[in-house]
Design a binder for this molecule. Structure first.
Ligand code: CMP
Length: 145
C-alpha cells in the first residue's frame, strides 16, 4: 500500500459552474482525503510558471487565459495510490476521450476547460504541491479525526 499525495485544481470555469461540492464529494467517496485547500485566482505569471512544461505548445496562451479568468479551487489529496487513482477519477485530458462517469466526461466544456487538473507523476506532484502549499498548510489524513 502506497500512500501518496497529489495536487488537484478545480479550474475557473468549473468553479463558476458551482460544482466544487460535487467534485469534492466524488474525491471523498474515492477515499482521496482533502488535506489542504485554498481558493485563489492565479496571476498570469503564476499560471505561466505552473504550466511551464507547456510553454512552447500552441495551446499555451489559451490555457493561461482560461486559468486566470477567475478563482480556482486548489487542493492536496492524500490516499492510497492517490496520483493514479485521481487521474482515473478525472478521465482523459481531452473530454472527448474521457470514460463515462469520470469527472471530465461529466463536467468538462472543452480540452482546455476540462474542469480539473491533477499531477501526472510523483515528481510533478511534489513540485505542484510545493508551488501552492507549505507543509504547515497540510493536515495528513492520519491526523484527522
Ligand atoms: P491539465 O491537466 O490542466 O494540463 C495541461 C492542460 O493544457 C490540460 O489539462 C488542458 O486543459 C490543456 N490543453 C489544451 N490543449 C491541449 C492539448 N492539445 N493537449 C494537452 N493539453 C491541452
Amino acid at each position: 500500500m502506497t500512500i501518496e499525495r497529489t495536487l488537484s485544481i478545480i479550474k475557473p470555469h468549473a468553479v463558476a459552474k458551482k460544482i466544487i461540492g460535487k467534485i469534492f464529494y466524488r474525491l471523498e467517496c474515492a477515499k482521496l482525503a482533502i488535506i489542504g485547500c485554498k481558493m485563489l485566482q492565479l496571476t498570469p505569471s503564476q499560471a505561466k510558471e505552473f504550466y511551464v512544461e507547456h510553454q512552447e505548445k500552441i495551446f499555451f496562451q489559451n490555457l493561461i487565459q482560461c486559468m486566470t479568468l477567475g478563482p480556482s479551487m486548489i487542493s492536496v489529496l492524500e490516499g492510497e495510490n492517490a496520483i493514479q487513482s485521481y487521474r482515473q477519477l478525472m478521465g482523459a485530458t481531452n473530454p472527448i476521450h474521457a470514460l463515462s462517469g469520470t469527472i471530465r466526461a461529466d463536467y468538462a466544456d472543452s480540452l482546455t476547460e476540462n474542469a480539473i487538473h491533477g499531477s501526472d507523476s510523483s515528481t510533478s506532484a511534489t513540485r505542484e504541491i510545493n508551488f501552492f502549499f507549505s507543509c504547515h498548510d497540510l493536515f495528513s489524513k492520519s491526523c484527522q479525526l
